[in-house]
Write a protein that binds this ligand. Structure first.
Ligand code: AHR
Length: 519
């Protein structure tokens, strides 16, 4: 038991157990903050994410503020979006920011070579993105172009954004209508440089990273948090090379060239060739999806272990800046636009991943779901003036209770469900205590058929009272929200909770996620 307690104090752990579901929480060991940036988003110039999803232009009949949809801004503010990563993705490494500033009628039109070969008219550029962030009251996460852009171009962009001094870049910004610099903390030095961002080896990228970062400056009190382009799923050698260079081949102030390393992992239900339908799937595909998505825990812990080895002081953050379900596109839509519907299955994938990030928050400092609107696992879908809040949206809403709260270490004992070759733990979760002393526990039951009784035991002296509960579930595995229909999946009150001081029992239906608040 001592060993379990020790492990729980360091990380939250999961132990598969036949027929029993017990979550033990250790509130007296709570110390790590769950950064709200774990609840971040990703918006790329891809399909209908930026254009139609966010940007309709100032002359649109769709209600907007300076071209940005009001309904979308309201919905995103309601889930307290902490940051948005932009302009890509693969698009970032073909993006030349100068094309997207100045008089919109004079902006260059380019071909979006990554996504459908469509015309990109650059009407949404730097000023429009920063306006979006100001309307959302969130932080920008800008991904620079290392694949096809120059060092000068990246250095100029940061100067244009953040400098208050007199220089050609600041003069240009003022001429384009923005007198004062913006604050930009998070800046990516390339994206997927092992793939669409330049097809580089890690040795080559590592040198590029050092060079580009060197010329990307801090102006005034704006201090950049530079995010290196990290690995895909379990490419641990990629992470190891980057962090070894940083730890052992760099001296003093030069170490500032990297503050975080990214990790990308998409949940691909079957395989890259047959990704499976987002809505019309079998029980076996349900099993595949949860088996695959739970591998995120292994990858996060694996990369964290590499970072721990070279960075025991925990200075470098793990930034999971692309994650989520990637299915076949909706039939009849442009294959380059990656538009997919979103069901209860997506909601549970979101809750499981967010719990993994919470439980590993010592290292995980940011995560960005791919993508915010109309692309992959979106929180919002739009069709002309209409808007749908997806099941994934409601998970983000439910989990706002964890933003900037303190993680309560936990041990989860879960039974398994078996589908085909996959044996999958049914129960997962995380817990936190907020600044007012309220405890929030989120629990997912991924079993498609069986309801579960879950015991939650709180270690320590303190007794708790039940304040409120919420649940997200649906009638079918593929229940969804669609245009012109009432919502099938959203947040409902959850009362199936018995609290006796430090022992709690909940009975959760199959395929559900619940949140319990205690005081
Ligand atoms: O999110 C879609 C694409 O997936 C991104 O552009 C790229 O970074 C990743 O491969």
């Amino acid at each position: 038991m001592k060993k379990i307690l020790l492990a729980a104090a360091l990380f939250s752990i999961l132990i598969p157990v036949k027929g029993q579901n017990i979550i033990t929480l250790y509130p007296d060991s709570a110390k790590e903050q769950i950064s709200r940036h774990i609840y971040g988003h990703f918006a790329e110039h891809l399909g209908r994410c930026i254009y139609e999803g966010i940007w309709v232009g100032p002359d649109s009949p769709i209600p907007n503020t300076r071209g940005i949809r009001n309904d979308v801004v309201k919905a995103l503010r309601d889930i307290k979006v902490p940051n948005v990563r932009w302009p890509g993705g693969c698009f970032a490494d073909t993006y030349h920011w100068m094309d997207g500033v100045g008089d919109p009628s004079q902006r260059k039109k380019i071909v979006n070579t990554n996504w459908g070969g469509v015309t990109e008219d650059n009407s949404f550029g730097t000023h429009e993105f920063m306006d979006l962030c100001e309307q959302l009251e969130c932080e920008p996460v800008i991904c620079g172009n290392i694949g096809s852009g120059t060092v000068q171009e990246m250095a100029d962009w940061v100067e244009y954004l953040t400098s208050d001094a007199e220089s050609p870049m600041t003069e240009l910004r003022k001429k384009n209508g923005r007198e004062k610099p913006w604050k930009v903390k998070y800046f990516g030095i390339g994206n997927e440089t092992w793939g669409c961002g330049g097809n580089m080896t890690v040795e080559y990228y590592s040198n590029q990273l050092r060079k580009y970062s060197n010329f990307v400056k801090n102006y005034g009190d704006n201090v950049l948090y530079k995010i290196a382009s990290g690995s895909n799923d379990k490419d641990y050698p990629w992470t190891e090379h980057l962090v070894d260079q940083w730890a052992n081949k760099t001296q003093g102030y030069l170490k500032g060239y990297m503050s975080g390393i990214s990790l990308h992992y998409y949940t691909i239900c079957n395989n890259w060739d047959i990704k499976g339908s987002a809505t019309d799937f079998s029980k076996e595909e349900w099993g595949n999806t949860f088996f695959k998505t739970k591998m995120m825990d292994e990858f996060v812990k694996g990369h964290s272990a590499v970072l721990d080895k070279y960075d025991p002081e925990n200075k470098i953050g793990l930034i999971i800046d692309e994650w989520g379900n990637w299915f076949e596109v909706e039939p009849g839509t442009n294959p380059g636009f990656l538009y997919q519907q979103n069901t209860l299955r997506d909601a549970l994938v979101a809750s499981i991943n967010l719990d993994i990030f919470n439980n590993n928050c010592t290292r995980v400092k940011m995560a960005n779901i791919a993508q915010m609107i109309n692309v992959l696992q979106s929180v919002i879908l739009t069709k002309k003036e209409k808007l749908v809040l997806t099941p994934t949206y409601y998970v983000f809403k439910m989990f706002t209770v964890h933003h900037d709260a303190t993680l309560i270490p936990s041990v989860v004992k879960s039974d398994n469900f078996v589908i085909g070759d996959n044996t999958i733990p049914s129960i997962s979760g995380s817990a936190s205590v907020d600044k007012d002393g309220k405890v929030h526990i989120t629990v997912t039951n991924a079993d498609p058929d069986m309801s579960k009784e879950v015991k939650i035991e709180l270690d320590g002296e303190k007794s708790y009272k039940f304040v409120r509960g919420e649940i997200i579930t649906g009638k079918e595995l593929n229940s969804l929200n669609d245009f012109d229909k009432s919502e099938e999946v959203n947040i409902k009150e959850f009362k199936n909770v018995k609290v006796n001081g430090k022992n709690i029992e909940i009975k959760m239906p199959s395929k559900s996620v619940v949140m319990i608040e205690l005081k």
